[in-house]
Design a protein around this ligand. Structure first.
Ligand code: SF4
Length: 236
C-alpha cells in the first residue's frame, strides 16, 4: 500500500483532528475494567492480560468482596483466590501475581498503589501497559500510550504507525499525540475498536473518520494479526 509522505507537523495535526472526531463519536470512552479504587484497578488490569475486560468484570466482584484491600489479599490462601478467579485464563499464574503484588504493596508501599512507572513495574505481573493504565486512569499522568490489540490494529489502519510491535507503536503514538491526550487516546481507540472498527468486520460506514482514514472500506486485512493456526483471537 503506497502512502504519500507527509511532514511530522502535518501528521501531528491530522492525528489530533482524527482523535478529536473519534472522541466526539465516543464521548463516554473510559476504562471498562470495573473498579472502585487504585488497588482494584491494578488487580483487575493484571487479571486482564490475554483475556477480555468482560471476563475480568465477571470475576472481580466476588474477589473484591472478599479481599477489598491489599492487606486482605496479602493474607489470602492461594487455593481460595484461584477458585474465585478460575474463569479467567492463566488464573494460577495470575493468582501468584496478585498475591505477590498485594504483599509487596504492604511491604514497600504501606498498602498503597504507587504513582510512578518504576515502582509499578517492579510489582509482580505488572508491565508497562498495566502501569500506564493505572497511571492514566488513577493519577492522570501516564508515561505512555496503552497499546492493546485494538490500539495496535486501529493505529495501523489510521496510518499512525507502520509497525506491528507494541513498543514501537507506543513510541509512534507518543510522538504524534500530545502528552495530555495519551490517556484518553487509548480509551477512545479501544472504544472504537470494540464498537466500530472491529478486527474482522470494521463498520467503516458508521465511522466518523472514514474520510480521513487511509484504510477506509478496505480495512479487513489491515492491522490484523497474522495467524498460522485457527486459534481464536482475544478482543476485549
Ligand atoms: S474508516 Fe474503517 S478502518 Fe478506518 S478507523 Fe474507521 S472503521 Fe476503522
Amino acid at each position: 500500500m503506497a502512502t504519500k509522505r507527509i511532514s511530522r507537523k502535518e501528521a501531528k495535526a491530522r492525528a489530533h483532528e482524527t482523535l478529536m472526531r473519534l472522541r466526539k463519536q465516543h464521548p463516554d470512552a473510559h476504562c471498562e475494567l470495573v473498579h472502585r479504587d487504585a488497588f482494584e484497578l491494578l488487580v483487575a488490569t493484571v487479571l486482564s492480560a490475554q483475556t477480555t475486560d468482560v471476563a475480568v468484570n465477571k470475576a472481580t466482584p466476588a474477589l473484591f468482596k472478599k479481599y477489598p484491600t491489599a492487606q486482605a489479599l496479602a493474607k489470602a490462601e492461594t487455593s481460595d483466590v484461584e477458585s474465585l478467579i478460575s474463569t479467567i485464563g492463566m488464573y494460577r499464574q495470575k493468582t501468584k501475581n496478585i498475591l505477590g503484588l498485594a504483599r509487596k504493596l504492604i511491604a514497600e508501599h504501606g498498602g498503597h498503589v504507587p504513582s510512578t512507572l518504576d515502582a509499578l513495574v517492579a510489582l509482580p505481573g505488572v508491565g508497562r501497559k498495566t502501569a500506564n493504565v493505572v497511571l492514566g486512569v488513577i493519577f492522570g499522568q501516564p508515561e505512555g500510550v496503552v497499546v492493546d490489540t485494538h490500539v495496535q490494529r486501529i493505529s495501523q489502519r489510521l496510518g499512525w504507525t507502520s509497525s506491528t510491535e507494541p513498543a514501537d507503536i507506543e513510541k509512534n503514538l507518543c510522538s504524534i499525540l500530545p502528552r495530555e491526550d495519551w490517556d484518553i487516546a487509548s480509551h477512545t481507540i479501544i472504544f472504537h475498536g470494540r464498537r466500530i472498527c472491529s478486527a474482522r468486520k470494521p463498520q467503516c460506514d458508521k465511522c466518523s473518520v472514514n474520510d480521513a482514514c487511509p484504510s477506509a472500506f478496505n480495512a479487513e486485512h489491515v492491522g490484523r494479526k497474522v495467524r498460522s493456526t485457527s486459534a481464536t483471537p482475544k478482543h476485549g
